[in-house]
Ligand binder design. Sequence first.
Ligand code: HEC
Ligand code: HEC
Length: 286
Amino acid sequence: MAGAVGVVGLLSFAPGTARAASDPATAATTSAATAGAGAGAGATAGTSQPCTITSTTPAAPGSPISYANLPASCIPPGEQLFAANCSSCHGTDAAGSALAPNLRGVGAGTVDFWVSTGRMPLADSSIQATRKPPRFNRLQTLEIAAYVQSLAPGGVQIPQVALSQADVANGGRLFTLNCAACHTITGAGDALYKGAYAPSLHQATVEQIVEAIRSGPGNMPRFGAGNITNQEAADIAAYVHGVIQHPSNPGGFGLGGVGPVAEGFVGLLFGVGLLMLVSFWIGERS
Ligand code: HEC
Ligand code: HEC
């Protein structure tokens, strides 16, 4: 529901003006220059409102997850960046091509995940997209995400997570059950099958973790709110961020005596069942 509110906000923009896109290379440069000006420089010539997350809408009242609302001013520069960097594979208007999937309806959050982790733009579509230094800065990433979102409603939205409302110990339990089979209990990642692998979770931001849970990138299963609630997604993100990425955290995130040894043991107990689940997921996706 909250996502839909964001979408309506975006669609109130008249798409006609975006068609004025001229030289894509110039467009990208202009955008980068605007980004360099920073959020503080309010009076950027020709732009009424800078592309930032202007407000958020809670997923539900009191939920630790809210969704970002992006102003319509993000869309025209986003369209130019998309034309210059993405449409050669994803097609005009993101409708897909023989080289890459249709992006209409995937939502701003899915685009944010793939672009902010550096997976996109891809250079070689024959190998699994990997995390690498992102090509675009935050402003440009939001612009591209807003443009793709403007083409079709729905999909995964860009989350903002209130970690203070998350239960880290519960996140640890859920991580063991739902994620450790592929990413390992330490989050170091592991090989899956036929050259595919589950990457390390040591670099992902809290937002990227929630986006991955909801969008299911590549061979990762997509977890809907029926499998993992928003509260649980925030709990898992808090665990990955607070414990896996900072293992020496001195008790700041109390695991209630559940240390790595106990977790490993739980992992063993559930391991066999999880492996079966994973085979099932992989079979379904390929
Ligand atoms: C060289 C071709 C190529 C370019 C350029 C490219 N992509 Fe992709 N993109 C792909 C392929 C192939 C996949 C599928 C990868 C996979 O599933 O592992 C993909 C997947 C995606 C996905 C995930 C779609 C889904 O349903 O999960 C998103 C989002 C995406 N690309 C966005 C972009 C954006 C935004 C750009 C420009 C900044 C871009 N891509 C540039 C080839 C490309
Ligand atoms: C069936 C195996 C599998 C399971 C289960 C799984 N993942 Fe993944 N995950 C993957 C794969 C494969 C990728 C890489 C996708 C790609 O790049 O094509 C991935 C990518 C990610 C990334 C991106 C990491 C980065 O820095 O780029 C995050 C974050 C993530 N997973 C979190 C989770 C969380 C949290 C869970 C549990 C709720 C989970 N995953 C469950 C296989 C899995």
